[in-house]
Structure formats: C-alpha cells, structure tokens
Design a binder for this molecule. Structure first.
Ligand SMILES: *Cc1c(COP(=O)(O)O)cnc(C)c1O
Length: 375
C-alpha cells in the first residue's frame, strides 16, 4: 500500500476513503427521496474526501451534475476529471469580473442579482456563452432573489440575452435538519409561489439538501436533489434525528504507532505537562497532530488499538499525539482514530461531538498533509 515515490505516504497517517460506499450512498439517497436526478455537492474538496476521485466515482454510476463553491474548485474538476460531459454549478457568490473564465471552463455560476447579469452580459463577447442558475433567497439570507419580481427580472434578462443561458433555479434551506419544520415549510411555500409565477418548469428546480432529502422530501415538487453530507455517509441531523435509511461509512482516519515507551510515576507527557502518570503506564506516540486536522481540543479522545479503546493523553501537538496502551505493541501497529476496529467504532459524528462541532467542519479541516488512500 505504501508507494515509495509518494513522499506524503512516508509518514504513516492517512485517510482511507471507500469510493464504493459513496456510490452506494448516492443510489440509496436517490431511492429514499424518490429522486431521478442528483446534483452531487463536491465543494471543499468533496468535504475533504478528494473532489476529483469522488466526481469520477459518481460519474461512473451516471451522475452528470456536480456543485462546488469556487471558480478554482470548478476549474480543478473541469481540467482533472477524465470526462467532459458533465455540469458544474458554482454555489457561492462569484466576482462578476471573472465571467469569461467561467464561460471558458463551462462553469455555471449561481446568480442572485440582476446587476450581476447586466455586468456579465456587458463583458461577454458575441460567440461566448455563460450558462447560469438563479438563486432564490427564501430564508437562508446568503444570496438570491428576494421577491417574485426580482426573479422575473433576472429570468427575463437571461432569456433575451444571447450570451446568457439558463439551466436551473434553486433555493437553500436553513433548517432542514431541525425537528421544527415551520421555517422549512415557509421556505418551500415561497419558492413554489415565486418560481411557479415566473413560469420556470419544474424540471429546472432543485431545492433539497441532505436534511431535506432525508426527512422532508415529500414536501418538494421536483425529482432533483442537491446533496453533500449523505454521500459521505454521515448524518447532518445527529444526534437529534436518527437516519431513516442505512448509509455506508466512507472515511477512516488511521495512523501507525511510531514509538512506544513506559512512563514512570510522576513523569508527564507533552506541552504544559498536563498529564502525569501515577503508576507505570505504557504509551505510544503517533505521527499526527492538529496540523493534520486532529484538533488540539481532542485531548482525552478515544482511539482504537487492537479492537479496544485507548485514550489520547496530554496536549495534542502540531505533528504528534501520545496515547495510552494496556501493554507494549510493536512499532507500526495500526491505530484507528476514526473508523472501525473489531467491534469498536469511532464515527465522524462521535469525533465532531467531542470537538463540540459538526461533522462538516471536522471533514473539511483534514489537512493536505494527510494522504487520501482510495479503496
Ligand atoms: C453545501 C450546500 C449543499 C449541500 O448541503 P448538505 O447538507 O451537505 O447536503 C447544498 N446546497 C447548497 C447551496 C450548499 O451550499
């Protein structure tokens, strides 16, 4: 498994990523939501899983629509994915001065104002064309039309401008993974009313993020879902809302024992000497730290060694952590920081809960120093 020409792999800490599990999850969520089309959200390097391999794996099962946040992410997909016949939506607000770059790479920006379309049209030459999608702000408060009239003006502008083309209209939910659905229902109602009045066909609508596709898709009148989290196998509503379908785990975080020694009573570990042994205690050092995304606040977290739990002791440092051991283990023993080992498991949700955040933040914080190994 170690490739001797890959210097990244010479430090044995890595993310193992199961692409078949992503394919499974994509099919499972489409079936669960009764969807015919999936827009796969692969922003932030596919939530840390690697945008190019994830896009190729989903392409293989027929997905042709992908969404990212930035122009750079879009260009990476357009230039590095082996195929060419797929769509790339840019979900975030883009600076209109880059409109020709977007057109050249066939990136489809989400647009939220008429002024943006006017400016884009002014910059594009005859023969160039930018395909756009219209964002509708029904309650997220980030971007999009705030009324039927604004949406109508933008739609009309696209239809009468040769250098602009239209490929979809969408909104984003603020509370899809919340038990209280009043705000969600209000967003759905606004979208339906405005978009119907403007006369945009339902085949061009997309609304559902993961929370919506998991729990409330019956309220949405389109067969397209636009999801990220569920593809990567985790529950955006944890711990309050249980998953209504089985998703497969995609990612594990592993390391090797790099050194083993025995602390004597009174001896301490790491900066600040915050952990002191009271009895003879075997410990191991692992080559992973907060620079890799193993956050400084994970001190005290469980890890799995030989199918049982051990614990991170002392402060997490930039490149290394120290864990307890019940006995000495050989150098090179695999330690599971996220994932399964025998009957024990540490999920991304467990990890995020310990860190007092959500899985999205954990996954997108894993550093480039950790190799992604695909299986
Ligand atoms: C990130 C994002 C998504 C995906 O959200 P998940 O909850 O991960 O499914 C969908 N739509 C927009 C506009 C987004 O920014």
């Amino acid at each position: 498994m170690i490739d001797k020409n890959n210097f990244l792999q010479m430090r044995p800490s890595w993310l193992a990523i199961d692409l078949a599990a992503i394919q499974h999850n994509a099919k499972a969520i489409m079936q669960h939501a009764g969807a015919q089309r999936l827009i796969a959200v692969v922003k932030a390097d596919a939530y840390g899983h690697g945008a190019v391999p994830v896009t190729e794996a989903l392409y293989e099962i027929g997905v042709r629509d992908f969404a990212v946040a930035t122009i750079a992410e879009g260009i990476t997909l357009r230039t590095q994915v082996m195929h060419d016949d797929f769509n790339i939506v840019l979900l975030g607000v883009q600076d209109v001065q880059h409109v020709r770059v977007m057109a050249a790479h066939r990136l489809t920006p989400a647009v939220g104002t008429l002024a943006w379309l006017d400016e884009a049209a002014a910059q594009l030459d005859a023969g160039e064309q930018l395909v756009v999608q219209l964002a509708v702000d029904t309650g997220m408060g980030r971007m999009g039309a705030h009324s039927e009239a604004e949406l109508q003006a933008m739609y009309d502008k696209i239809l009468k401008t040769d250098t602009l083309a239209f490929s979809g209209v969408f909104t984003h939910f603020a509370t899809a993974d919340d038990r209280n659905q009043a705000y969600y229902a209000q967003q759905v109602a606004r979208f339906n009313a405005w978009v119907t009045a403007v006369g945009i066909p339902k085949s061009d609508w997309h609304l559902a993020n993961s929370g919506s596709a998991l729990w409330h898709h019956d309220q949405i009148e389109t067969g397209t879902i636009r999801v990220g989290s569920v593809l990567y196998g985790y529950n955006p509503g944890a711990p309050e809302l249980p998953l209504p379908l089985a998703l497969k785990n995609v990612l594990s975080l592993k390391s090797h024992i790099g050194a083993v020694h025995q602390l004597q009573p009174g001896e301490s570990v790491s900066y600040g000497a915050t952990y002191t042994a009271t009895t003879p205690q075997w410990v191991a050092t692992l080559p992973i730290g907060y620079a890799d995304g193993y956050l400084r606040r994970m001190g005290g977290m469980s890890v799995l060694v030989a199918g049982h739990e051990e614990q991170v002791i002392g402060r997490v440092t930039m490149d290394q952590i120290v864990i307890t051991l019940d006995r000495p283990y050989p150098i090179g023993t695999v330690v599971t920081l996220i994932g399964q080992d025998g009957d024990c498991e540490i999920t991304v949700e467990d990890f995020a809960q310990y860190a007092n955040t959500i899985p999205h933040e954990i996954l997108t914080t894993f550093g480039p120093r950790l190799p992604r190994i695909y299986q």
